[in-house]
Design a protein around this ligand. Structure first.
Ligand SMILES: C[S@@+](CC[C@H](N)C(=O)[O-])C[C@H]1O[C@@H](n2cnc3c(N)ncnc32)[C@H](O)[C@@H]1O
Length: 208
């Protein structure tokens, strides 16, 4: 699946609906997150870094991770342009590769995990990488009928329902502390603009 994202990286930021969606998500996160308590951040499946860069000036260190090198090149371009010294990039797939040694106060992942088959493995990796009381912020499609990806059989998850999320979090020592599915993602499907519900969930790493 990496290849299609590779091809789209250079023009990823040109979609005004995508930019608007990021603004809407950021509005929710800015209200929910206390940046005084968040020093180290990981944006997993960061794409061009649209969401992570919103908080780059508020934290000590942010790592942008993706499996697509062209996406990470866009992140690097922005880092150089704005002169950020607290930005790192990492090309890795946490379902397969050795995990980084550092721990994070916040892990973000937007519209990535419905593409990741081994959802248990990826959430276990995030849980392992979070500091005690660290936060995992997952933004993704609510349950849908598969039409978001035109019923493409290679997409492993047609969104995630709230109960499923709660159980998944608890299984990995994470407790859901915030959830909304009021935001909508607009996508053109066969010439028509269709709305899909998007959830924003925040879960806290439990101290065992
Ligand atoms: C739909 S894009 C979302 C990008 C960004 N989060 C945003 O909202 O603009 C999904 C991104 O996840 C990346 N990706 C897909 N599978 C991945 C995996 N297993 N590990 C890390 N990144 C992955 C893709 O390369 C792509 O950049």
């Amino acid at each position: 699946m990496g290849n299609t994202f590779d091809e789209r990286a250079a023009t990823w930021d040109e979609n005004p609906r995508r930019i608007k969606l990021i603004e809407n998500v950021w509005e929710v996160l800015e209200q929910q997150l206390d940046f005084n308590a968040i020093q180290t951040v990981l944006d997993y499946g960061c794409g061009t870094g649209l969401l992570g860069y919103k908080m780059a000036e508020r934290v000590n260190q942010i790592t942008f991770c993706d499996t697509s090198k062209p996406m990470l090149e866009q992140v690097e371009k922005k880092r150089k342009f704005y002169g950020y010294e607290n930005v790192k990039t990492l090309c890795s797939d946490f379902t397969k590769d050795v995990l980084p040694k550092e721990k994070y106060n916040l892990i973000l992942s937007m519209l990535v995990l419905h593409h990741v088959k081994d959802i248990q493995k990826i959430i276990a990796s995030f849980s392992q990488l979070l500091n005690p009381s660290g936060l995992f912020c997952w933004i993704d499609l609510d349950e849908e009928d598969g039409s978001f990806h035109l019923h493409d059989g290679s997409i492993p998850h047609h969104g995630f329902g709230k109960t499923n999320l709660e159980n998944l979090m608890l299984h990995h020592h994470l407790e859901m502390v915030f959830y909304t599915n009021e935001l909508r993602i607009l996508k053109e499907i066969e010439g028509e603009l269709k709305e899909f519900p998007l959830f924003v969930m925040i879960a806290e790493k439990l101290t065992i």
